[in-house]
Design a protein around this ligand. Structure first.
Ligand SMILES: O=C(O)[C@H](O)[C@@H](O)[C@H](O)[C@H](O)COP(=O)(O)O
Length: 266
């Protein structure tokens, strides 16, 4: 289905000619993981970012997925969220609710949005507390390597500067090892206050997908994916390296245009 697909044991690149093809493949990928996880654990714990990723997930609301996916077993989390009211147009929760959750039979009690009535610091603390409770009850499984939550799937977008979730280049939170969820108040991408999963949590997931479209992200995709040697900068997207799980990059041809060794003309 992908125009080009490159696969190693732990990492896969799926490159598509356009956003529509990418959307179809993304829906198929998520539906397959959902089925496998529900069969294995009875639930599907999925964490997502904001931005264009949410629009690219739109095919999940259509046939066949609207009928074949057991959305009642889904538990939804945010890999990062802007600290604004849930009704605000900047809210990742609002974006996902308006374009996805209001259209599929997800249970309201399974949707874990942040506390939007407190400071960013408190919201991060509260969110980590919620995740700890759900790890205890095994809604989210746990990594045997580091006791971190092991989400069935973490879905990320990437900015032109190579940020993922709300983990921006050169920020001290890139090296956070203890906390599962942290906060920033100086995001270079507005709005400034955000909470975000830390790398130990992202990299403990069973599956991580990074979904990237557009030529403005081609250079960052090259820096994140290609083997650029030991002097490579500490690019957040390059730090997405699941310790045991699988990583899939979904790219359109524009975003993949600077990747080495990728032939896009066939
Ligand atoms: O809330 C956010 O801003 C995000 O979660 C952020 O990490 C986003 O996913 C990327 O900036 C890509 O966004 P676009 O795909 O819209 O460019």
């Amino acid at each position: 289905m992908a125009l080009s697909a490159y696969k190693t044991d732990r990492r896969e690149l799926r490159i598509h000619e356009n956003a529509d093809d990418l959307s179809c493949d993304l829906a198929e990928y998520i539906a397959e993981l959902s089925e496998a996880s529900i069969k294995d654990r009875g639930v599907f714990a999925i964490a997502m970012s904001g931005g264009s990723l949410i629009t690219l997930m739109r095919k999940l609301c259509e046939a066949p997925y609207i009928k074949t996916v057991d959305f009642s077993k889904w538990y939804i989390f945010w890999a990062d969220e802007r600290v604004v009211a849930k009704s605000h147009s900047d809210s990742n929760y609002k974006l996902a609710k308006d374009s996805l959750f209001s259209k599929v039979p997800i249970l309201h009690s399974h949707v874990h949005s942040i506390n939007d009535t407190v400071t960013a610091e408190q919201a991060a603390e509260d969110y980590e507390f919620v995740i700890r409770q759900l790890v205890r009850t095994r809604v989210i499984s746990v990594s045997e390597v580091n006791d971190c939550p092991k989400f069935d799937l973490v879905l990320l977008g990437m900015g032109p500067d190579g940020h993922v979730a709300s983990l921006f280049p050169n920020h001290s939170v890139l090296n956070e090892k203890e906390q599962w969820v942290t906060f920033i108040t100086d995001s270079p991408k507005p709005p400034p206050e955000r909470i975000t999963f830390t790398f130990p949590v992202i990299n403990s997931a069973s599956n991580v997908a990074v979904v990237v479209t557009g030529g403005s992200k081609a250079e960052a995709a090259h820096m994140a994916i290609d083997d650029i040697g030991p002097d490579s900068p500490e690019l957040p997207a390059r730090m997405v390296q699941p310790s045991e799980g699988k990583l899939v990059w979904f790219l359109d041809t524009a975003a993949a245009s600077k990747l080495e060794g990728v032939k896009l003309s066939e």
